[in-house]
Design a binder for this molecule. Structure first.
Ligand SMILES: Cc1cc2nc3c(=O)[nH]c(=O)nc-3n(C[C@H](O)[C@H](O)[C@H](O)COP(=O)(O)OP(=O)(O)OC[C@H]3O[C@@H](n4cnc5c(N)ncnc54)[C@H](O)[C@@H]3O)c2cc1C
Length: 361
């Protein structure tokens, strides 16, 4: 029985580790591995449990990711709130160097016995039956590859589900414009969030003496404002209260072009059915405010692998149970996010977001 895992990001790679650990014949497919968001992401300390279960905790600890010692938030209130990592029973969260993080998981998958990642691009699907036949293109060569089960770990695009014609709900159109700067104070281990009237700013150090500074807002607002222009981005940064000081504005030293990325909430209506399931962002993508994208990528990768192994053993209800759990978690997340955004009443992007979320109950 062969399982094909599409996508070697954190979700697909952790699914591959967990499957290969169970002795399942696993092939990872990714035309462009290690190209995820490279500007530094926060990994909550609770993710340590998943890293341990994947057997990569020691490798993670030795890879130079930076602890986040404090959260500073100016969120819907006049005065900043400070929360030290010391109050988290799991310990500090981490600022992750993303390429090293993804490579660590892919290496673990190979060590566990998975094949790949092979650089194939999925272009078509046919259901055998009983097997899937995946049409993939590799450097101009077309191949048709059989699979008994498919895991879609292709990120927000959920390529496999999209080729099946399955609907994906979009709950917000948040985008971010992020800059990578020389960090004026690399010893400052805090992560900072600050609302402004049309969105929020984020700043945190990342490995290599750099600081990521990003503005999050609605896509339409970002387009109208021309936020992708450095001059406009920098002008808006200069009007913040805390973020400008952390970034050393106006003496910014940008080390890469500004990056614009989709960062809203979206999910497949159903992340699993007979013979396939989706993990990570392919199943549900989260607003980065929640800091749970990487955590959930690991968690759904591991849970998805369990469901696949049970399905291959004949437990036909395992994929449906997985889908129910993931979808219920996403609905809970939407309610929590709506509550969080409701704290900041001056935020037009959140107004837009809330109307959609509350319409869905
Ligand atoms: C601006 C921004 C800030 C963020 N900040 C945080 C944060 O602070 N904390 C946090 O936890 N999360 C954060 N996230 C979310 C986090 O990046 C994602 O949740 C995480 O990358 C999801 O992992 P994944 O493996 O599901 O998908 P991805 O990392 O997107 O990986 C998908 C993989 O699939 C591959 N692929 C694509 N198409 C195909 C195909 N057709 N066939 C095969 N392979 C394919 C891609 O090459 C890629 O390697 C942030 C996201 C953004 C955009």
């Amino acid at each position: 029985m062969r399982v094909i895992v599409l996508g070697a990001g954190p979700a697909g790679a952790s699914a591959a580790v967990a499957l290969a650990d169970k002795g399942v014949d696993t092939l990872l497919v990714d035309p462009r591995p290690h190209t995820g968001w490279q500007l530094g992401e926060g990994l909550p300390a609770a993710a340590g449990e998943h890293l341990r279960s994947l057997g990569v905790w020691e490798a993670f600890r030795g890879a130079g990711h930076l602890p986040c010692t404090q959260f500073v938030s100016c969120w819907g209130s006049a005065e900043p709130a400070y929360r030290s990592a010391i109050v988290d029973a799991h310990g500090p969260s981490w600022q992750v160097e993303r390429r090293r993080f993804d490579e660590m998981l892919v290496t673990a998958a190979r060590t566990a016995g998975a094949d790949g990642p092979v650089p194939w691009r999925l272009t078509g699907i046919r259901r055998g039956p009983p097997r899937w036949l995946l049409r993939c293109v590799d450097d101009g060569t077309v191949r048709v590859v059989p699979a008994d089960f498919v895991i879609d770990g292709t990120g927000r695009r959920s390529c496999f589900a999209r080729l099946l014609g399955l609907p994906r709900r979009v709950d917000s159109s948040v985008v971010c414009a992020a800059g990578l700067l020389d960090d004026p104070d690399p010893d400052d281990g805090s992560s900072l969030v600050e609302t402004v009237e049309d969105g929020w700013w984020y700043a945190s150090r990342v490995p290599g003496g750099r600081l990521v500074v990003a503005k999050f807002t609605d896509a339409a607002i970002s387009g109208r404002q021309g936020l992708r222009r450095v001059s406009e981005w920098s002008r808006q940064l200069g009007r913040t209260r805390l973020t400008r000081a952390r970034a050393g504005w106006p003496g910014l030293r940008l080390r890469a072009p500004l990056r614009i990325a989709a960062a809203g909430s979206s999910a497949l209506d159903s992340p699993a059915a007979a013979g396939w399931l989706a993990v990570g962002d392919a199943a549900c993508a989260h607003d980065p405010l929640s800091s749970r994208g990487l955590h959930d990528a690991l968690a759904t990768g591991i849970a998805g692998a369990d469901a696949v192994a049970l399905s291959l053993d004949g437990a036909v209800e395992a994929a449906a149970r997985y889908a129910d759990t993931v979808s219920a978690g996403y609905r809970r997340y939407l309610r929590e996010l709506a509550w969080f955004y409701a704290e900041e009443r001056r935020f037009p992007a959140a107004q837009f977001w809330r109307s959609r979320a509350s319409a869905d109950g």
